[in-house]
Ligand binder design. Structure first.
Ligand code: ATP
Length: 330
Protein backbone atom coordinates (compact mmCIF):
# COMPACT_ATOMS: atom_id res chain seq x y z
CA UNK A 1 0.00 0.00 0.00
CA UNK A 2 0.85 3.65 -0.14
CA UNK A 3 2.94 5.08 2.61
CA UNK A 4 1.14 6.81 5.39
CA UNK A 5 1.12 10.54 4.97
CA UNK A 6 1.91 12.41 8.11
CA UNK A 7 1.18 16.04 7.89
CA UNK A 8 0.41 19.03 9.99
CA UNK A 9 1.36 17.29 13.20
CA UNK A 10 1.62 19.87 15.93
CA UNK A 11 1.88 17.30 18.60
CA UNK A 12 4.59 16.36 21.02
CA UNK A 13 8.24 15.84 20.41
CA UNK A 14 9.94 12.64 19.37
CA UNK A 15 10.30 11.49 22.94
CA UNK A 16 6.60 11.69 23.56
CA UNK A 17 6.10 9.43 20.56
CA UNK A 18 8.59 6.94 21.96
CA UNK A 19 6.39 6.56 25.03
CA UNK A 20 3.21 6.18 23.02
CA UNK A 21 1.65 2.69 23.07
CA UNK A 22 1.78 0.96 19.68
CA UNK A 23 -1.37 -1.10 20.06
CA UNK A 24 -4.65 -0.74 21.93
CA UNK A 25 -3.70 -3.79 24.02
CA UNK A 26 -0.64 -1.85 25.25
CA UNK A 27 -2.81 0.98 26.50
CA UNK A 28 -3.55 1.32 30.20
CA UNK A 29 -7.01 2.17 31.57
CA UNK A 30 -10.05 3.40 29.57
CA UNK A 31 -11.34 -0.16 29.82
CA UNK A 32 -14.90 0.42 28.65
CA UNK A 33 -13.71 2.49 25.71
CA UNK A 34 -11.22 -0.19 24.71
CA UNK A 35 -13.84 -2.94 24.98
CA UNK A 36 -16.32 -1.05 22.80
CA UNK A 37 -13.58 -0.36 20.27
CA UNK A 38 -12.65 -4.03 20.24
CA UNK A 39 -16.24 -4.89 19.32
CA UNK A 40 -16.39 -2.54 16.34
CA UNK A 41 -12.87 -3.45 15.21
CA UNK A 42 -13.58 -7.21 15.39
CA UNK A 43 -16.87 -6.79 13.58
CA UNK A 44 -15.29 -4.68 10.83
CA UNK A 45 -12.54 -7.27 10.34
CA UNK A 46 -14.99 -10.19 10.25
CA UNK A 47 -17.24 -8.45 7.75
CA UNK A 48 -14.23 -7.16 5.82
CA UNK A 49 -15.71 -3.66 5.91
CA UNK A 50 -14.26 -0.29 6.83
CA UNK A 51 -14.61 0.62 10.47
CA UNK A 52 -17.37 3.16 11.20
CA UNK A 53 -16.28 6.73 11.92
CA UNK A 54 -15.18 7.38 15.50
CA UNK A 55 -15.19 10.59 17.54
CA UNK A 56 -13.04 10.97 20.66
CA UNK A 57 -13.56 13.81 23.06
CA UNK A 58 -12.01 14.79 26.37
CA UNK A 59 -9.35 17.04 27.89
CA UNK A 60 -5.87 17.16 26.29
CA UNK A 61 -3.33 14.44 27.00
CA UNK A 62 -5.75 11.62 27.83
CA UNK A 63 -5.00 9.48 24.79
CA UNK A 64 -7.14 10.63 21.86
CA UNK A 65 -4.17 10.69 19.49
CA UNK A 66 -2.87 7.45 20.98
CA UNK A 67 -6.16 5.68 20.22
CA UNK A 68 -6.23 7.19 16.74
CA UNK A 69 -2.72 5.89 15.96
CA UNK A 70 -3.19 2.46 17.58
CA UNK A 71 -6.40 1.61 15.72
CA UNK A 72 -4.83 1.62 12.23
CA UNK A 73 -1.82 -0.30 13.53
CA UNK A 74 -4.08 -2.97 15.01
CA UNK A 75 -6.05 -3.10 11.76
CA UNK A 76 -2.92 -3.08 9.60
CA UNK A 77 -4.21 -0.19 7.49
CA UNK A 78 -2.72 3.12 6.40
CA UNK A 79 -3.05 6.27 8.43
CA UNK A 80 -3.21 9.95 7.57
CA UNK A 81 -3.18 12.74 10.09
CA UNK A 82 -4.30 16.34 9.90
CA UNK A 83 -6.08 18.85 12.10
CA UNK A 84 -8.98 21.28 12.04
CA UNK A 85 -6.85 24.43 11.85
CA UNK A 86 -4.78 22.97 8.97
CA UNK A 87 -7.90 22.55 6.82
CA UNK A 88 -8.89 26.07 5.88
CA UNK A 89 -10.88 25.29 2.74
CA UNK A 90 -12.40 22.19 1.10
CA UNK A 91 -9.44 22.05 -1.30
CA UNK A 92 -7.14 21.34 1.68
CA UNK A 93 -9.17 18.24 2.46
CA UNK A 94 -9.30 16.85 -1.09
CA UNK A 95 -5.78 15.29 -1.13
CA UNK A 96 -6.49 13.39 2.07
CA UNK A 97 -9.77 12.04 0.71
CA UNK A 98 -8.35 11.05 -2.68
CA UNK A 99 -5.23 9.52 -1.08
CA UNK A 100 -7.22 7.45 1.39
CA UNK A 101 -6.93 3.72 0.73
CA UNK A 102 -9.87 1.45 1.27
CA UNK A 103 -10.42 0.96 5.04
CA UNK A 104 -7.60 3.36 5.89
CA UNK A 105 -7.85 5.86 8.72
CA UNK A 106 -7.99 9.62 8.36
CA UNK A 107 -7.43 11.32 11.70
CA UNK A 108 -8.54 14.92 12.16
CA UNK A 109 -7.37 16.39 15.45
CA UNK A 110 -9.16 19.43 16.88
CA UNK A 111 -12.07 18.71 14.59
CA UNK A 112 -14.15 21.40 16.33
CA UNK A 113 -11.92 23.98 14.63
CA UNK A 114 -12.90 23.01 11.07
CA UNK A 115 -14.36 25.92 9.13
CA UNK A 116 -18.04 25.44 8.26
CA UNK A 117 -17.29 25.01 4.54
CA UNK A 118 -14.87 22.14 5.20
CA UNK A 119 -17.21 20.54 7.67
CA UNK A 120 -20.04 20.54 5.14
CA UNK A 121 -17.72 19.12 2.50
CA UNK A 122 -16.97 16.24 4.86
CA UNK A 123 -20.63 15.25 5.19
CA UNK A 124 -21.02 13.50 1.83
CA UNK A 125 -17.50 12.12 2.04
CA UNK A 126 -18.30 10.49 5.37
CA UNK A 127 -21.76 9.30 4.36
CA UNK A 128 -21.50 8.26 0.74
CA UNK A 129 -17.74 8.43 0.11
CA UNK A 130 -18.39 10.96 -2.65
CA UNK A 131 -16.97 14.43 -3.13
CA UNK A 132 -17.58 17.26 -5.55
CA UNK A 133 -14.56 18.71 -7.28
CA UNK A 134 -14.66 21.93 -9.28
CA UNK A 135 -12.51 21.84 -12.40
CA UNK A 136 -11.55 24.97 -14.30
CA UNK A 137 -12.40 28.54 -13.45
CA UNK A 138 -15.03 31.18 -14.08
CA UNK A 139 -17.53 30.34 -16.84
CA UNK A 140 -15.55 27.22 -17.77
CA UNK A 141 -15.84 25.78 -14.30
CA UNK A 142 -17.63 22.49 -14.00
CA UNK A 143 -18.25 20.26 -11.07
CA UNK A 144 -17.50 16.57 -11.16
CA UNK A 145 -18.67 14.12 -8.59
CA UNK A 146 -15.93 11.74 -7.53
CA UNK A 147 -16.13 8.48 -5.65
CA UNK A 148 -13.50 8.05 -2.93
CA UNK A 149 -12.53 4.75 -1.31
CA UNK A 150 -14.47 3.79 1.80
CA UNK A 151 -12.32 5.10 4.64
CA UNK A 152 -12.72 5.70 8.35
CA UNK A 153 -12.65 9.15 9.85
CA UNK A 154 -11.42 9.48 13.41
CA UNK A 155 -12.08 12.90 14.90
CA UNK A 156 -10.68 14.22 18.17
CA UNK A 157 -11.90 17.22 20.09
CA UNK A 158 -11.46 18.79 23.49
CA UNK A 159 -14.87 20.45 23.02
CA UNK A 160 -17.58 18.11 21.86
CA UNK A 161 -20.02 20.86 22.79
CA UNK A 162 -18.61 22.99 19.99
CA UNK A 163 -19.34 20.38 17.31
CA UNK A 164 -22.47 20.91 15.26
CA UNK A 165 -25.14 18.25 15.59
CA UNK A 166 -24.94 17.22 11.90
CA UNK A 167 -21.22 16.49 12.24
CA UNK A 168 -21.56 14.73 15.58
CA UNK A 169 -24.41 12.57 14.27
CA UNK A 170 -22.23 11.27 11.45
CA UNK A 171 -20.02 9.40 13.93
CA UNK A 172 -21.66 6.08 14.83
CA UNK A 173 -19.21 5.64 17.71
CA UNK A 174 -18.53 8.52 20.06
CA UNK A 175 -16.21 7.98 22.99
CA UNK A 176 -15.50 10.29 25.88
CA UNK A 177 -12.10 9.91 27.53
CA UNK A 178 -12.05 10.66 31.22
CA UNK A 179 -9.21 11.26 33.68
CA UNK A 180 -7.17 8.22 34.79
CA UNK A 181 -7.06 6.75 38.29
CA UNK A 182 -3.88 6.99 40.36
CA UNK A 183 -3.30 3.23 39.94
CA UNK A 184 -3.59 3.51 36.16
CA UNK A 185 -1.17 6.43 36.03
CA UNK A 186 1.24 4.60 38.34
CA UNK A 187 1.19 1.66 35.92
CA UNK A 188 1.91 4.02 32.99
CA UNK A 189 4.78 5.56 34.98
CA UNK A 190 6.27 2.13 35.78
CA UNK A 191 6.07 1.04 32.15
CA UNK A 192 7.51 4.29 30.85
CA UNK A 193 10.36 4.19 33.38
CA UNK A 194 11.40 0.92 31.77
CA UNK A 195 11.14 2.51 28.32
CA UNK A 196 13.24 5.46 29.52
CA UNK A 197 15.69 3.04 31.11
CA UNK A 198 15.40 4.37 34.65
CA UNK A 199 14.61 2.43 37.84
CA UNK A 200 11.85 3.62 40.15
CA UNK A 201 10.44 2.63 43.57
CA UNK A 202 6.75 1.70 43.69
CA UNK A 203 5.96 4.40 46.26
CA UNK A 204 7.62 6.95 43.98
CA UNK A 205 5.52 5.98 40.96
CA UNK A 206 2.39 6.24 43.10
CA UNK A 207 3.41 9.67 44.41
CA UNK A 208 4.04 10.93 40.86
CA UNK A 209 0.70 9.52 39.70
CA UNK A 210 -1.10 11.35 42.51
CA UNK A 211 0.41 14.60 41.29
CA UNK A 212 -0.22 14.16 37.56
CA UNK A 213 -3.73 15.61 37.31
CA UNK A 214 -5.20 12.32 36.11
CA UNK A 215 -3.44 12.83 32.78
CA UNK A 216 -0.92 10.46 31.12
CA UNK A 217 0.80 13.29 29.26
CA UNK A 218 1.37 15.13 32.54
CA UNK A 219 2.65 11.90 34.16
CA UNK A 220 5.13 11.49 31.29
CA UNK A 221 6.33 15.08 31.66
CA UNK A 222 6.76 14.68 35.41
CA UNK A 223 8.63 11.42 34.90
CA UNK A 224 11.03 12.98 32.37
CA UNK A 225 11.78 15.89 34.67
CA UNK A 226 12.35 13.59 37.65
CA UNK A 227 14.61 11.36 35.55
CA UNK A 228 16.73 14.40 34.67
CA UNK A 229 16.74 15.45 38.31
CA UNK A 230 17.94 12.08 39.67
CA UNK A 231 20.51 11.80 36.89
CA UNK A 232 21.88 15.25 37.71
CA UNK A 233 21.64 15.17 41.52
CA UNK A 234 21.88 11.48 42.41
CA UNK A 235 22.63 8.06 40.96
CA UNK A 236 19.75 7.91 38.48
CA UNK A 237 17.43 5.78 40.62
CA UNK A 238 14.02 7.33 41.45
CA UNK A 239 13.20 7.05 45.17
CA UNK A 240 10.16 8.60 46.84
CA UNK A 241 12.25 11.36 48.42
CA UNK A 242 13.99 12.28 45.18
CA UNK A 243 10.65 12.31 43.31
CA UNK A 244 9.27 14.69 45.95
CA UNK A 245 12.35 16.93 45.82
CA UNK A 246 12.23 17.09 42.04
CA UNK A 247 8.53 18.02 42.01
CA UNK A 248 9.08 20.60 44.76
CA UNK A 249 11.73 22.22 42.57
CA UNK A 250 9.12 22.51 39.78
CA UNK A 251 6.62 23.91 42.29
CA UNK A 252 4.16 21.09 41.79
CA UNK A 253 2.05 20.88 44.92
CA UNK A 254 0.47 17.96 46.79
CA UNK A 255 -2.61 18.00 44.54
CA UNK A 256 -0.45 18.09 41.44
CA UNK A 257 -1.27 21.70 40.62
CA UNK A 258 1.43 23.76 38.97
CA UNK A 259 1.98 27.52 38.98
CA UNK A 260 -0.52 28.15 36.23
CA UNK A 261 -3.28 26.21 38.03
CA UNK A 262 -2.64 28.07 41.28
CA UNK A 263 -2.44 31.40 39.49
CA UNK A 264 -5.86 30.71 38.00
CA UNK A 265 -7.34 29.98 41.45
CA UNK A 266 -5.64 32.94 43.16
CA UNK A 267 -6.82 35.26 40.39
CA UNK A 268 -10.44 34.30 41.03
CA UNK A 269 -9.93 34.59 44.79
CA UNK A 270 -8.04 37.89 44.85
CA UNK A 271 -9.39 39.77 41.86
CA UNK A 272 -12.92 38.42 41.64
CA UNK A 273 -13.66 37.76 45.31
CA UNK A 274 -13.88 34.03 44.70
CA UNK A 275 -16.23 34.43 41.73
CA UNK A 276 -18.44 34.06 39.87
CA UNK A 277 -16.25 35.37 37.06
CA UNK A 278 -16.30 34.79 33.31
CA UNK A 279 -13.43 32.86 31.77
CA UNK A 280 -12.62 35.76 29.42
CA UNK A 281 -12.21 38.15 32.33
CA UNK A 282 -10.05 35.66 34.24
CA UNK A 283 -7.92 34.99 31.17
CA UNK A 284 -7.51 38.69 30.53
CA UNK A 285 -6.34 39.32 34.10
CA UNK A 286 -3.90 36.40 33.91
CA UNK A 287 -2.72 37.42 30.45
CA UNK A 288 -3.57 33.92 29.20
CA UNK A 289 -5.71 32.53 26.37
CA UNK A 290 -9.28 31.65 27.42
CA UNK A 291 -9.07 28.45 25.33
CA UNK A 292 -5.96 27.30 27.22
CA UNK A 293 -7.70 27.85 30.53
CA UNK A 294 -10.88 26.11 29.40
CA UNK A 295 -9.02 23.16 27.83
CA UNK A 296 -6.01 22.63 30.04
CA UNK A 297 -6.64 24.19 33.41
CA UNK A 298 -10.35 24.06 34.21
CA UNK A 299 -11.28 20.41 33.53
CA UNK A 300 -9.10 19.02 36.31
CA UNK A 301 -10.06 21.77 38.77
CA UNK A 302 -13.74 21.05 38.08
CA UNK A 303 -13.18 17.34 38.42
CA UNK A 304 -11.44 17.72 41.80
CA UNK A 305 -14.09 20.17 43.06
CA UNK A 306 -11.73 23.10 43.42
CA UNK A 307 -13.87 24.98 40.93
CA UNK A 308 -17.55 25.07 40.01
CA UNK A 309 -19.27 26.48 36.97
CA UNK A 310 -22.42 28.49 37.53
CA UNK A 311 -24.63 30.24 34.96
CA UNK A 312 -22.91 33.49 36.00
CA UNK A 313 -19.35 32.20 35.72
CA UNK A 314 -16.60 30.27 37.50
CA UNK A 315 -16.44 30.09 41.30
CA UNK A 316 -13.76 28.63 43.52
CA UNK A 317 -14.80 26.25 46.32
CA UNK A 318 -13.85 26.33 50.01
CA UNK A 319 -11.51 23.44 49.24
CA UNK A 320 -9.66 25.64 46.74
CA UNK A 321 -9.37 28.55 49.17
CA UNK A 322 -7.99 26.23 51.85
CA UNK A 323 -5.56 24.64 49.42
CA UNK A 324 -4.23 28.00 48.25
CA UNK A 325 -3.89 29.18 51.87
CA UNK A 326 -1.87 26.13 52.94
CA UNK A 327 0.28 26.35 49.86
CA UNK A 328 1.10 30.00 50.41
CA UNK A 329 1.47 29.41 54.17
CA UNK A 330 4.27 26.96 53.52
P1 ATP B 1 -4.24 15.99 22.51
O1 ATP B 1 -5.69 16.23 22.60
O2 ATP B 1 -3.42 17.11 23.07
O3 ATP B 1 -3.77 15.49 21.20
P2 ATP B 1 -4.38 13.36 23.43
O4 ATP B 1 -5.59 13.13 24.28
O5 ATP B 1 -4.44 13.00 22.02
O6 ATP B 1 -3.98 14.84 23.58
P3 ATP B 1 -2.10 11.66 23.55
O7 ATP B 1 -1.14 12.46 22.75
O8 ATP B 1 -2.74 10.52 22.91
O9 ATP B 1 -3.17 12.62 24.16
O10 ATP B 1 -1.41 11.14 24.90
C1 ATP B 1 -0.29 11.76 25.45
C2 ATP B 1 0.72 10.71 25.88
O11 ATP B 1 0.20 10.02 27.01
C3 ATP B 1 0.99 9.63 24.85
O12 ATP B 1 2.11 9.93 24.06
C4 ATP B 1 1.24 8.38 25.67
O13 ATP B 1 2.61 8.26 25.97
C5 ATP B 1 0.49 8.64 26.94
N1 ATP B 1 -0.78 7.91 27.00
C6 ATP B 1 -2.00 8.39 26.70
N2 ATP B 1 -2.95 7.48 26.92
C7 ATP B 1 -2.32 6.38 27.36
C8 ATP B 1 -2.77 5.09 27.78
N3 ATP B 1 -4.07 4.77 27.79
N4 ATP B 1 -1.85 4.20 28.18
C9 ATP B 1 -0.55 4.52 28.18
N5 ATP B 1 -0.06 5.71 27.81
C10 ATP B 1 -0.93 6.64 27.41
Amino acid sequence: GREAILQGEDSPNEEDKSLRPQSISEMVGQLEVRERLKVVVDAAVKRDEPLGHILFDGPPGLGKTTFATCIPKDLGVNFQLTSGPALQAPKDLIPYLTNADEKSILFIDEIHRLPKSVEEYLYTAMEDFRIDIVLGEGTNARTINLQVKPFTLIGATTRSGMLTAPLRDRFPLREHLDFYTHEELAEIIRRNSRKLDVTIEDDASLEISERSRGTPRVANNRLRWIRDYVTSKADGHISLQLARDAMAMQEIDALGLDNQDRKYLTTIIRVFGGGPAGVEAIAHTMNAAPETLADEVEPFLLRTELLVRTPRGRMVTTKAVEHIQTHIGR
